[in-house]
Design a protein around this ligand. Structure first.
Ligand SMILES: [Zn+2]
Ligand SMILES: [Zn+2]
Length: 238
């Protein structure tokens, strides 16, 4: 049985699309040094397991082909572009085509951080923010930083006497008694592409939340603010 290389993921497509917008259409070839550099980077990303990569994995030819998949969405391209491609190509194109500045920031952030997240646990597609898995992993890691979360809870307790969810007010101690004492989750409020691996988690970047609200804050591809989620709850209650 011959193995086939894994499907392109969001992180990879973000990097390809970012370079796509920097090149003229005629520069999309496997000999372009920028495409060769991107091929090396894609091979270094901690996303696909070694077992799933063959020697052609994301080689310059494959990267140029993937880049050509975007041509068919591009109104400035006169030709037809490659018909093949995945649904995710289109999703990523639609998310970023009108905000190439954001795309560039996200791509740079993936480049800056990928080496630091290789040991962190993978995240499912469904739970991955639109900035991709690498930066979502970093978000998880930062908001579960034991020292920062401990200090955040301490500060909250000192200031308010409880650990009430900043969205809905749920208090584990109040509901579960001793069992819930000291329990709450922390959510990191910084937009994912602005996280830096080596920066310390600042207490003002963390929000105290209950487990339900935390899941809801992560539910959309774009990170939601505490106020947005509060508003959603209020509308629903009204
Ligand atoms: Zn809550
Ligand atoms: Zn979170």
């Amino acid at each position: 049985m011959s193995k086939s290389n894994p499907n392109w993921t969001r992180d990879e497509l973000i990097l390809v699309l970012d370079l796509y917008f920097q090149l003229e259409h005629g520069q999309i070839t496997s000999r372009n040094p920028k495409i060769i550099e991107l091929s090396d980077l894609l091979n270094a990303l901690p996303i696909h397991s070694k077992q799933r990569k063959d020697q052609k994995f994301r080689n310059p030819n494959g990267v140029a082909m993937k880049m050509s998949n975007f041509l068919r969405f591009d109104p400035t391209y006169e030709g037809r572009g490659l018909e093949s491609g995945s649904k995710l190509d289109q999703v990523v194109w639609e998310e970023y085509e009108s905000d190439q500045m954001l795309l560039a920031q996200v791509a740079q952030s993936i480049r800056d951080n990928y080496q630091n997240v290789s040991e962190l646990p993978p995240i499912s597609d469904e739970e991955t923010f639109r900035e991709g898995e690498i930066l979502t992993r970093l978000h998880r890691y930062r908001e579960r930083d034991p020292k920062a979360t401990k200090n955040k809870k301490k500060k909250m307790l000192a200031e308010t006497g409880k650990l009430a969810c900043e969205v809905c007010g749920f208090d584990f101690y109040e509901v579960y008694g001793e069992l819930g004492k000291g329990f709450a989750e922390c959510h990191h409020k910084t937009p994912v592409h602005q996280l830096e691996a080596n920066q310390r988690t600042r207490l003002q970047d963390l929000a105290i939340v209950c487990s339900n609200c935390h899941r809801m804050l992560h539910r959309r591809k774009v990170i939601m603010s505490i106020d947005e989620l509060k508003e959603i709850r209020q509308k629903q209650e009204a």
